[in-house]
Design a protein around this ligand. Structure first.
Ligand code: GLN
Length: 452
């Protein structure tokens, strides 16, 4: 009830939720009360969560923040949300996002932009973006509309909004959480993960979300460790790598300072700091913005006006496709589909897509090499704190540059977390990113809990 009241009071301004499921939530909460009265209540019994509106929820509208799926009610539950329900969680609603998770500021949603609950010191009227694409989840958690939320991360969509809203968020190893029932953006990159106010809360949520699933062919059958036990674990002797290539030109001094502070905290906790090199980092963004749109153009081909979602009638089948897709997709999604079909076209495939896949392999190898020497890497999460709504908006490339620090770990498939690490000069939260070895979220969580 407290969380629903907070949603009632603040969602009109923040626009963090697309759909609020108050009745369902209260029913579930009543059932949770009964479970809590007994013994052995599952770990998340009664915990109010926001669910990014990219996870299919049985009987609850799931829009991907697109006009295309405005009225789509899935007849099934995604594996990740089913896992959370199994453990007793209560869903208060579906959170806003960039359309089909494409964006870094939560401004491309067909349901309107999300507002960051934080303000710059002395600028109460400047509206800041919450980051994206999981901006609704981040804003909801930061403002106390939910205790935690699910996000998805293809190139930074959990980590960057977590950093902008002063919360923690983990992108697990690719294959750790099932993608079944999560609306696809770029299938070789998409990963679900938790967003919460503390690293420990993220660890508890990830425990429930993670695990092998036969319905996702890229889900990996390895045991899920006790993540919570990693919180507060001793870091004595842990080797922390500082990648030289992340010291990009033009990085604001306050981001540099937060990074130095994080390094100092980890050194104080007993870590050894090691300079490392990830030489192909500079190709990360360029290759991501080939691979992700290519996969998006293929995944979004299913929205044809016939199978599900919006249908705009036409004189012929082709006319129906065209009318449906013209009305259903917003400008950023169209841009991605155009880029994707271009780089996959005969004559360009070898020059762009195939080449990007080769570079991706080199990026992955950089991480493997680094993790021979160190246990985790520490970097900033984003090159700036939250920016104002309206900034970077007329130039898509400016927006893409914002993903410079998050994209490489996505390309490599390794786990990465954003942890709150103090405030900028303007009073805004800054995040630091801890990147770890494949399937070693535990060490990432251990290091993260020493920073927050
Ligand atoms: N900002 C990146 C993009 O626009 C990442 C999005 C995501 O991780 N879903 O593609």
């Amino acid at each position: 009830q407290a969380h629903l009241a907070a949603i009632e009071a603040l969602n009109g301004r923040l626009n963090a939720f697309i759909t609020i499921t108050a009745e369902r939530a209260l029913d579930a909460a009543r059932r949770a009360d009964a479970v809590l009265a007994g013994q052995d209540a599952p770990a998340l019994t009664g915990i109010p969560l926001g669910i990014k509106d990219l996870f299919c929820t049985d009987g609850v509208r799931t829009t991907a923040a697109s006009r295309m799926l405005e009225d789509f009610v899935p007849p099934y539950e995604s594996t990740v949300t089913a896992n959370l329900l199994r453990d007793g969680a209560v869903f208060v609603g579906k959170t806003n996002l960039d359309e089909f998770a494409m964006g870094s500021a939560n401004i491309t949603s067909a349901f309107g932009a999300v507002e960051n609950p934080w303000k710059r010191t002395g600028e109460p009227d400047t509206v800041l973006v919450p980051g994206g694409s999981s901006g609704g989840s981040a804003a909801a958690v930061a403002a106390g509309l939910a205790m935690g939320a699910t996000g998805t991360d293809t190139g930074g969509s959990i980590r960057q909004p977590a950093a902008y809203c002063g919360i923690a968020g983990i992108k697990p190893t690719y294959g750790r959480c099932s993608r079944w029932g999560t609306i696809a953006f770029a299938s070789s990159l998409d990963q679900a993960g938790p967003m919460a106010r503390t690293v420990e809360d993220c660890a508890i949520l990830l425990q429930s979300m993670a695990g092998f699933d036969v319905r996702d062919s890229t889900s990996v059958d390895v045991p899920v460790p006790e993540y919570r036990a990693a919180c507060g674990r001793s870091l004595k002797g842990m080797k922390v790598g500082i990648p030289a290539e992340y010291r990009v030109a033009g990085m604001p001094a306050e981001i540099e300072a937060a990074w130095e502070q994080g390094i100092a905290w980890l050194r104080d906790a007993g870590c050894e700091i090691v300079n490392v090199s990830l030489p192909h980092t500079k190709y990360g963004l360029a290759t991501y913005y080939i691979v992700a749109p290519a996969e998006c153009s293929s995944n979004l081909a299913r929205y044809d006006g016939v199978r599900f979602g919006r249908r705009v009638p036409g004189e012929s089948l082709d006319a129906l496709y065209e009318a449906t897709r013209r009305e259903g997709f917003g400008p950023e999604v169209r841009r991605r589909i155009l880029m994707g079909t271009y780089v996959l076209s005969a004559g360009y495939y070898d020059a762009y897509y195939l080449r990007a896949q080769k570079v991706r392999h080199l990026i992955r190898r950089d991480f493997e090499e680094a993790f021979r020497m160190v246990d985790v890497l520490l970097t900033p999460t984003a090159p700036s704190p939250a920016f104002a709504q309206g900034e970077k908006m007329d130039d898509p490339v400016q927006m893409y540059l914002n993903d410079v620090f998050t994209v490489p770990a996505s390309m490599a498939g390794v786990p990465a977390m954003s942890v709150p690490a103090g405030l900028s000069g303007s009073g805004l939260p800054l995040g630091l990113q801890v990147i770890g070895r494949s399937f070693d979220e535990e060490t990432v969580i251990a290091a993260g809990s020493a920073i927050e």
